[in-house]
Design a protein around this ligand. Sequence first.
Ligand SMILES: Cc1ncc(COP(=O)(O)O)c(C=O)c1O
Length: 448
Amino acid sequence: MRHPWRVESTPEPVRRRDTRLDSYVDRYAARTHGMTASAIRALFAVANRPEVVSLAGGMPNIADLPLDVVGATLQDLVLSRGLQAMQYGAGQGEQEIREAICEVMRLEGISPHPDDVTVTVGSQQALDLVTRIFCDPGDVVLCEAPSYVGALGVFRSYQCEVAHVAMDEHGLVPEALREAVVALRAAGRSVKFVYTIPSFHNPAGVTQTRERREALLAVAEEADLLVIEDNPYGLLGFDTDPIPAIRSLSDDRVVYLGTFSKTFAPGFRIGWVLAPHAVREKLVLAQESATLCPPTFSQFAITAYLRQHDWQGQIKVFAEMYRERRDAMLAGLAADMPAGVSWTVPAGGFYVWLTLPPGLDSQAMLPRAVTARVAYVPGTAFYADGFGSRHLRLSYCFPTPERILEGTRRLGEVLAYEAELMSTFGTLASARPAELPSSHNAPGTNQA
Ligand SMILES: Cc1ncc(COP(=O)(O)O)c(C=O)c1O
């Protein structure tokens, strides 16, 4: 069996995919060579047309935000502290918001100190800063199979190599993590950290149990491995209180990333890193060289919102709305998917992960799905190495329940047609390998 982490000690150079039409092509730094627009980007321009039901994007639905309250808060902010709010601020972020962020993290069992929080431009910049301070070109980063496409892009841009680690319905498999670290180190590779999304995973939709989090941390301790815990969705659970964050189990092994993008609004672009105390200084220096300081106005605005509004009640309103949409998607899938399709059942967050019958290829199928006026993200987007063609991600966060049902109906028709073609003419899949190596096992539970 092929083990993708058993690679030679010298990393392969990133394959150059720039076009000669760009006259600057010879001037770009090597790190830009992995930065290419995906082939599916153009299709998404079409997918955004109103007649297409897009189950592709992960945009939060913020229509339930009380704009009158937010508007009054902003007006009050400008009139009372506008000059301070519109000035440069501290590189680490403002003290007031760092204290408020600590309150938010307490909901997931973390007992943080504001001094250890660095405010960032969304958790996307947190990913960038963490990679910047820890990773050299050729270092290996361990990621779930599948993983967040935006994180894979960051790791690629710092010329890291991603090794995927198998997941099941409880998320990252600790034993697979142990095996991967041992094999990589035996091959002389430098493994910098494991990146994980423990709650309501993007794109897999699964959540690590408390026991699973403890087991993962035990492997990390044993292997002296840093854990990057990315948790944008943890407070958007449908059924239970949040499961304690991995960071709540260890102060010095885990770097925790959070954001207000899903629990308030992404437009303010405010996220954060909670890092072990020793790491804080490097993070702040990296933040200062990247931005001088994170946006002061956004920080003041969010602090005021948290103080003046029932933000926890607002999160419950969001979660209820997403639960209704999740229910619509699960009902639609149960009604419309042809035999052999399976999917995960998320208990929170935005995403469902589908596994197609062998031979079907979600990337090859996408133009036909868009023609049938439904869009999704092919599974290959969530793997660093071209695997994932038997999977796809569906998002239920943005369309209404009625549109979701229409979307699953259209997708069901496309899949049934593809399956029929396949049974008549043999495999539709391109030259892509059909079988995943065991390191790429992805979760998929419900079966049509
Ligand atoms: C897992 C994960 N991490 C990070 C982000 C980035 O979010 P933001 O930069 O808006 O905080 C997202 C956005 O979808 C995400 O799903």
